[in-house]
Design a binder for this molecule. Structure first.
Ligand code: URA
Length: 216
């Protein structure tokens, strides 16, 4: 795991398997089918890191040999919350890892006048004692990420119970995000160079939603 001095809450998952798969996702020649598969695989591998600090408790069980106190994930329940629509592709990977997690949805659309995200769908499990993993492949301007965390805050989830999982982030977006939510841990596979004039990440991978669903 790599850390960047400017962003103390950011972890860059630099595992070789993740980096290799991300390179294939960036490649413009990669098919929709492969892009979708790789996004799911990377989310699963990143999920392994994101869930590393989940507390364990001991549970009494019987092995075929004897009784023992064995570790199980303690109290804190998990929710995976994709930001629609590209977040769905990452949620699938996480759910393979944690099949019992609750799933919420936050649908955000860009307001034509203000250019700011506006929610068109919010459906979330109860917040009490629950750890939330928000997922969206591209943290570009940071506006959607900030808005999605605001939505969870309104729903009663404190920043300390939220982790944001993205594939690629731009430094500009990380600055916007940290100005509002410095205590939300962010995990990415890459912190890229910068945004272009249309708020696309460079070098990036293009429009994640279009590449995931084969739309244009
Ligand atoms: N959203 C995307 O899908 N790609 C970008 O580069 C930026 C935002």
């Amino acid at each position: 795991m790599k850390h960047v001095a400017e962003f103390p809450n950011l972890s860059v998952c630099d595992h070789p398997l993740i980096q290799h798969k991300l390179t294939h996702m960036r490649d413009v020649g990669t098919s929709t089918r492969t892009f979708r598969l790789l996004l799911k695989e990377i989310a699963l591998l990143m999920g392994y890191e994101v869930t590393r600090d989940l507390p364990l408790a001991l549970e009494r069980i019987n092995t075929p040999m004897q009784e023992m106190d064995a570790p199980v994930i303690a109290g804190r329940k998990l929710a995976v919350v994709p930001i629609l629509r590209a977040g769905n592709g990452m949620a699938d990977g996480l759910l393979e890892l944690v099949p019992g997690a609750r799933v919420g949805h936050v649908g955000l659309a860009r307001d034509h006048d203000t250019h700011m995200p506006k929610e068109y769908l919010v459906k979330l499990p109860d917040a009490e004692g629950r750890q939330f993993i928000l997922v969206d492949p591209m943290l570009a301007t940071g506006n959607s990420a900030v808005h999605a965390v605001d939505v969870l805050n309104r729903h009663g989830v404190p920043d300390e119970n939220i982790t944001f999982l993205a594939l690629v982030a731009a430094p500009e977006g990380m600055r916007v995000f940290n100005a509002k939510h410095p205590n939300v841990k962010v995990y990415v596979a890459s912190l890229d160079s910068h945004l272009n004039e249309n708020a696309y990440i460079l070098p990036g991978l293009g429009d994640a939603g279009d590449r995931l669903f084969g739309t244009k």
